[in-house]
Design a protein around this ligand. Sequence first.
Ligand SMILES: [Zn+2]
Length: 269
Amino acid sequence: MAKKTKKIETPIDQRETFVSIQKSFADSDLSVEEKLKTLYALQQADTEIDKILQLRGELPLEVENLENEIAELKARSAAITAKIDEVTKAIAENKHNIVECEAQIEKYRSQLENVANSREYDSLNKEIENQDLLRQIAEKNISEGKETVAERKADLEAMKEKISVKNDDLKAKKQELATIVESTAKEEEKLREAREACAAKIDARTMSAYERIRSSCHNHLAVVSVFNGDSCGGCFNTIPPQRLIDIASNKKMIVCEYCGRILVNPDFE
Ligand SMILES: [Zn+2]
């Protein structure tokens, strides 16, 4: 069977060598032991914060998705409304055109009564025919426009209904989320304060390594203690004896050679 644990690049990655990070870790007002303890406390706070965030589950994402969907539906509604306005305007123009055509026809018809020759007669009739054709086109445009408006209005209604349903859903989910957030707000704030206090004591390079390990581990544990006397508390692989001695000494930052997590003395627990 393939080994489940994936070798993690960090903190020994392209940007940072482990030696340099170990050095910057040691170059500090805080003793290495204090720093390791602080890192461990930071991890504890982050784990508790993660638990609180997990309680919210998919709700924040669902709220966000609903908000996006509603925004999109609203944008589509606005586009439909604009289309309705445009077609309505075109209908009015066509109606105006019909009135003009009819006036023209009326004018040509009265001229027909006083024609001097057959050529004039034919020409007037041709004009009447043209105007009548234009009138028919305008009528066709109007009836098509009306159909479009009716269809679009139906679309708009359906859209409004959808928006209303989604809005109700959003309201309920927001309420649910607010209740959960409220019930954990104080605890979360305390944890975040504790986290910040720890983070302030740790140098930037170590912090960035910590964040990188955390984000690359599925359980978001960047700092683990020795498990069962000789195993990594993150990947449960056996730690070589020399490393165990180094960890127990609290004098060096040691990472698991399999998973890259920072290993600390189990006494910290
Ligand atoms: Zn490990």
